[in-house]
Design a protein around this ligand. Sequence first.
Ligand SMILES: NC(=O)c1ccc[n+]([C@@H]2O[C@H](COP(=O)([O-])OP(=O)(O)OC[C@H]3O[C@@H](n4cnc5c(N)ncnc54)[C@H](OP(=O)(O)O)[C@@H]3O)[C@@H](O)[C@H]2O)c1
Ligand SMILES: *[C@@H]1O[C@H](CO)[C@@H](O)[C@H](O)[C@H]1NC(C)=O
Ligand SMILES: CC(=O)N[C@H]1CO[C@H](CO)[C@@H](O)[C@@H]1O
Length: 325
Amino acid sequence: MTPSAALALPRLCFGLGSLMAWAPGHTHPLPTDSYAQVAAALAAGFRHFDCGDLYTNLPSAIRAIRDAGVPRDQLCLSLKLNTYGALKPARRDDMVASAKKVLREFGWDKHDGYLDVALLHFPPRAKGDNLSNREAWAVLEELKDEGLVRVIGVSNWTIDDYESQFAHNDIKHLPQVSEYELNPHLLFDPKFKARAAFEREHGIVPKYYGILTPVTDRLAKRSASPHLLATLDELSIETGLTPHEILLLWASQLDISGTSPIITTSTSNAERAKRLVQLLGDTNQDDDDSGKSGLDKSVYERLEHAAGQDGYEGKTFYLHPHMNK
Ligand SMILES: NC(=O)c1ccc[n+]([C@@H]2O[C@H](COP(=O)([O-])OP(=O)(O)OC[C@H]3O[C@@H](n4cnc5c(N)ncnc54)[C@H](OP(=O)(O)O)[C@@H]3O)[C@@H](O)[C@H]2O)c1
Ligand SMILES: *[C@@H]1O[C@H](CO)[C@@H](O)[C@H](O)[C@H]1NC(C)=O
Ligand SMILES: CC(=O)N[C@H]1CO[C@H](CO)[C@@H](O)[C@@H]1O
């Protein structure tokens, strides 16, 4: 077994990114106070939080987490470090300073303080003055060696990004976690499959987001996912679960990368937060007899079959303009 296959991170993760308010026309995120939503998520039992130094609600989230008084060793804080800027590239010093600033704001900068997870938010790809993927990765290797971060990984890495990073034979630490968009359509994308195979080979744990886009107003156009949506409606009646819940349960049982994935999702609704923990929280991963977690395998097979009929082209919601090749 590779070291990372044994990663003991909570598999249910509360995402802060989707709580940010945006300027009209989605040009830039506005300073957002997510204190109440994060406090509700903590009260519901979420312990793993997905943040980014670009997230404009990070200060309020830090306050909510501090105020909740959950013991440090029961919390899992994941921070994505920005790897490029439009005007000024993110350099090693910026990235290190950013990680240290978050540690300081948590009050974790003394007594061997650490972040549980740090990820490179985007592949910088040596575009313009940006770092190469390998150079950006070296910053995380350094943070890990210094003990400031326990688990390191990437976000939005494609198979090509892995290959450029691994083309160097001086890699000290492998990525342990990889965060990217998942929905049932994408399972059929050959590039998606190739990335999963790579992760399986290297023991990298996938961390999924965007799982709900087929049923929220984002990807969800009847024309884009007609088979999937019709099947989810049927399955919802049969199982008594909502299409959202079925999708999240489906994602949590996938093992295409060879390990149990981390599910990143979000809600601003306190009742839904409780329901998510009940349905997907780690205590339900042991095979207890509550019957809450697994659905019959045939449910997932029908869902995937329908998604395949709709195809995978154009089924990503998070398309970053700078990242189009
Ligand atoms: N690495 C990256 O570049 C990247 C990119 C995108 C996202 N992320 C991370 O992933 C997190 C999750 O993002 P996401 O896009 O995957 O969001 P998501 O969890 O798919 O969707 C959240 C939305 O779904 C709604 N929702 C949740 N449960 C529902 C239910 N049972 N019924 C109806 N609506 C429901 C929520 O509305 P309510 O608030 O009303 O419940 C909320 O608007 C982000 O917050 C961010 O931290 C990372
Ligand atoms: C860094 O890369 C991004 C994304 O490709 C690009 O928009 C930006 O201009 C680059 N920054 C610099 C300073 O070269
Ligand atoms: C290459 C890639 O997958 N880029 C994604 C990275 O994350 C942003 C959102 O934070 C997406 O918009 C990009 O599509």
